[in-house]
Ligand binder design. Structure first.
Ligand SMILES: NC(=O)c1ccc[n+]([C@@H]2O[C@H](COP(=O)([O-])OP(=O)(O)OC[C@H]3O[C@@H](n4cnc5c(N)ncnc54)[C@H](O)[C@@H]3O)[C@@H](O)[C@H]2O)c1
Length: 337
């Protein structure tokens, strides 16, 4: 009971209405991994979810049996191996994909491309065939390439809807909120920093000038703060010393994003999250900005808003890397048989 209360309280502080009831069917692909397991636990703990489908190439029977004993109504089913992938996607409303290898010290997210590009292409091909209408939330890195990959796969199958495909960048927002709160002595649950651009190094662009509540930093502190947000993933990779990248904070961030999406699909108004999506806001065909979510996914792209001159420079400096990562993802699918 305590855990239910404390999660609900935390969620409410962030404005997430996890007390609302819904009948959403959610699939987690990569459910037995470092992110997949705690993310599945948070989803199982939510009254928004009535069916939870857990797919992985290993260990899902155990994870599903374990989670199924949690005293919440979501019905949990485990699926293992490629033969069972189509069954895991039957009638699902939302698919979350944390499948793929994480970084080790010294690696960039782009170093994961060779392994994760084909994992994401294979899994999203199955989604395009078996749940073409579902919302697809991609956690697997490099997000700057795995979203173009997903989009190209859906186009190939003639079922592309750009309003349904999301690169989950929520952890960047979560980190920015936490670090700003630490520096200013605020409650992190009441801080909101939009983070735009992409999800790797300098493509991560926190808009401190648009933070609520309003905060000010001298330029040197501002640059140090932005640098820390951009490299926060690497901070965790180094601290884990070879044992992977962020899993618990990512599970929290992934759950926050999915709950927002489910709330919006359920008719709640005014739900806004940043996400890396198909976009016409800049010269990049994919870009993260705040999005108004609705019953059909992206209701409206709210754009970048007014940037400070320094933030404008950060956006300009991210464009080449973003465009290259996007093209790499698109080319990968075009050259795939
Ligand atoms: N978007 C973000 O902000 C963010 C943050 C942290 C990590 N990540 C990324 O999330 C991914 C997963 O990280 P993790 O720490 O959970 O890794 P992990 O190695 O602990 O787990 C990955 C899981 O994927 C499974 N898997 C591998 N190939 C699969 C396939 N073809 N089908 C289904 N499942 C498959 C593995 O069996 C494993 O259970 C990585 O790519 C990592 O870089 C993204």
């Amino acid at each position: 009971m305590l855990s239910r209360l404390s999660f609900t309280t935390a969620a409410l502080c962030r404005g997430l209405s996890t007390t609302a009831q819904n009948n959403a069917s959610v699939a987690v692909l990569g459910a037995a991994g470092g992110i997949g397991q705690p993310l599945s636990l948070l989803l199982k703990n939510s009254p928004l979810v009535s069916k939870l489908s857990l797919y992985d190439i290993a260990h899902t029977p155990g994870v599903a049996a374990d989670l199924s004993h949690v005293e919440t109504r979501a019905e949990v089913t485990g699926f293992i191996g490629a033969d069972q992938l189509p069954h895991s996607l039957k009638d699902v409303d939302v698919v979350v994909i944390p499948a793929g290898v994480p970084r080790k010290p010294g690696m960039t997210r782009d170093d994961l491309f060779n392994t994760n590009a084909s994992i994401v292409a294979t899994l999203t091909e199955a989604c395009a065939k078996h749940c073409p209408e579902a919302m697809i939330c991609i956690i697997a890195n490099p997000v700057n390439s795995t979203i173009p990959i997903t989009s190209e796969v859906f186009k190939k199958h003639g079922v592309y809807n750009p309003n349904h495909i999301f690169g989950v960048t929520t952890l960047d927002i979560v980190r920015a909120n936490t670090f700003v709160a630490q520096l200013k002595g605020l409650d992190p649950a009441r801080v909101n920093v939009p983070v735009i651009g992409g999800h790797a190094g300098k493509t991560i662009i926190p808009l401190i000038s648009q933070c609520t509540p309003k905060v000010d930093f001298p330029q040197d502190q501002l640059e140090a703060l932005i640098g820390r947000i951009q490299e926060a993933g690497t901070e965790v990779v180094k601290a884990k010393d070879g044992a992977g990248s962020a899993t618990l904070s990512m599970a929290y961030a992934g759950a926050r994003f999915v709950f927002s999406l489910l709330d919006a699909m359920n008719g709640k108004e005014g739900v806004i999250e940043c996400s890396f999506v198909r976009s016409e806001e800049t010269a990049c065909p994919y870009f993260s900005t705040p999005l108004l979510l609705g019953k059909n996914g992206i209701e409206k792209n709210l754009g970048m808003g007014k940037l400070s001159p320094y933030e404008e420079k950060l956006v300009a400096g991210a464009m080449d890397e973003l465009k290259a990562s996007i093209k790499k993802g698109e080319d990968f699918v075009k050259s795939r048989k």
